[in-house]
Design a protein around this ligand. Structure first.
Ligand code: MG
Length: 317
C-alpha cells in the first residue's frame, strides 16, 4: 500500500468514527430528554425555618377608614405618599428659646403651668383641675396618664408659637413615638410626633393636620432636638347653628411652610372624617398628652385683628 492510499484509509476511518459519535450523542440526548419529560417534577425543597426574631411591625396606616372629601385617600391611608425630608434652616429655633413679641400672651415661659389646667378624674371628673405635667430646666414635659393641658384663656383667630421636642431616647414606633399635639380650640390638631426616621401614615406625622392633610415636606429634627411650630389660625364661623365659614390654618415647622391657609375639613380625629359642630367663637388651646414624655417650651399667642382695627386684649377668659 502506498503512503497516499494508507492516508486515505485513515481519513475514511476517522470520518466514520465522527459520524458514530454524532449519532451516539443524538441518541443519548433523546433518551435524556425523554427521561426528563417522563420523570415526575421533583418536590421543591422546603425553605429552612426562619430563625426566631422580633415580631413583624404593625401595618402602617389603614385601608378600611372612610374616604376623605377629595375622593383620593382614606383617613390615615397607608398608601398616601409620605412627604420628603427637608433639612430645616439652622437658626430656627435657636438653642435657647427666643423672646416673645411684646404684644403676645405668654402661655409658658419655662417657669410654671399657671396658664394651664387639665380635666379632672375620679371625684374631680367633669371639673378642670391644676395641670400636673413636669416643669424643669425651662420646659414642661407631658406625664403619661396626667391628661392633656387646656389653656385657661380662650382664642379664636390667632398666631401661635410653640416649641417642642420628642424624647431623646427613642421608644415605640409610628404613632407611639413622641406623640403629642397642638389642638387649636381644643379640636383642630396640628400633630406633634417624632417623625425623624419614623414611618407612620402621612396624615399623622409631625405637622400634619391630623387625619386630613400631611405636611408639604418633612422638616423634622432629630429626637430630643427643639423644634418650632408657627401657626396662623382662622377660626370657623357659625351662624344660626350652621357653618358660615370653615377654619383655615397656616403652619410653619422649623421655618418651612407645611400648610398655606389650608381649609380644615372639620374637627380632627382618629379614623374619621371631621365634621364641624357649632361652638364658641373663642375656645381654649390644648396641648395633647398621648402617653409619651414630649416636651414643650416658649409658647406664646397673639390674637389677630383685621386692618385698621385697634389692638385686641391678649386673650379672653
Ligand atoms: Mg397627637
Amino acid at each position: 500500500m502506498s503512503v497516499r492510499s494508507a492516508w486515505s484509509l485513515v481519513c475514511a476511518m476517522m470520518a466514520m468514527r465522527r459520524r458514530s459519535l454524532a449519532v451516539a450523542a443524538l441518541i443519548s440526548g433523546a433518551i435524556l430528554a425523554a427521561a426528563l419529560v417522563a420523570a415526575p417534577a421533583a418536590a421543591p425543597a422546603k425553605p429552612a425555618a426562619a430563625p426566631p426574631g422580633p415580631p413583624a411591625p404593625p401595618p402602617i396606616g389603614y385601608d378600611d377608614t372612610p374616604m376623605l372629601p377629595d375622593g383620593k385617600w382614606r383617613v390615615h391611608d397607608g398608601n398616601r405618599p409620605r412627604p420628603r425630608m427637608v433639612t430645616p434652616p439652622s437658626a430656627v429655633p435657636p438653642a435657647d428659646p427666643g423672646r416673645p413679641p411684646s404684644d403676645a400672651l405668654v402661655l409658658f415661659d419655662g417657669k410654671d403651668l399657671s396658664h394651664w389646667q387639665t380635666q379632672g378624674k375620679g371625684p374631680d371628673k367633669g371639673k378642670l383641675v391644676p395641670a400636673a405635667w413636669k416643669v424643669e430646666n425651662g420646659y414642661m414635659e407631658a406625664v403619661p396618664g396626667a391628661g392633656s393641658l387646656i389653656s385657661k384663656e380662650s382664642f379664636g383667630d390667632c398666631q401661635l408659637h410653640v416649641e417642642w421636642a420628642s424624647p431623646a431616647e427613642v421608644k415605640g414606633a409610628s404613632q407611639g413615638r413622641g406623640n403629642g399635639g397642638v389642638l387649636l380650640m381644643g379640636r383642630y390638631e396640628v400633630q406633634v410626633l417624632d417623625s425623624w426616621d419614623n414611618i407612620t401614615y402621612a396624615d399623622g406625622q409631625a405637622a400634619a393636620l391630623y387625619g386630613q392633610y400631611p405636611p408639604l415636606v418633612n422638616a423634622s429634627r432629630r429626637p430630643g432636638q427643639w423644634q418650632a411650630f408657627d401657626i396662623i389660625f382662622e377660626a370657623p364661623r357659625f351662624e344660626d347653628g350652621k357653618l358660615a365659614r370653615p377654619a383655615f390654618v397656616t403652619v410653619l415647622h422649623n421655618g418651612l411652610v407645611m400648610h398655606h391657609r389650608q381649609q380644615l375639613i372639620g374637627t380632627t380625629g382618629h379614623k374619621q372624617v371631621g365634621k364641624y359642630t357649632p361652638h364658641e367663637p373663642e375656645l381654649p388651646l390644648t396641648l395633647q398628652e398621648h402617653g409619651n414624655p414630649t416636651r414643650f417650651r416658649n409658647i406664646w399667642v397673639r390674637r389677630l385683628t383685621g386692618y385698621d382695627e385697634p389692638a385686641p386684649p391678649p386673650a379672653a377668659k
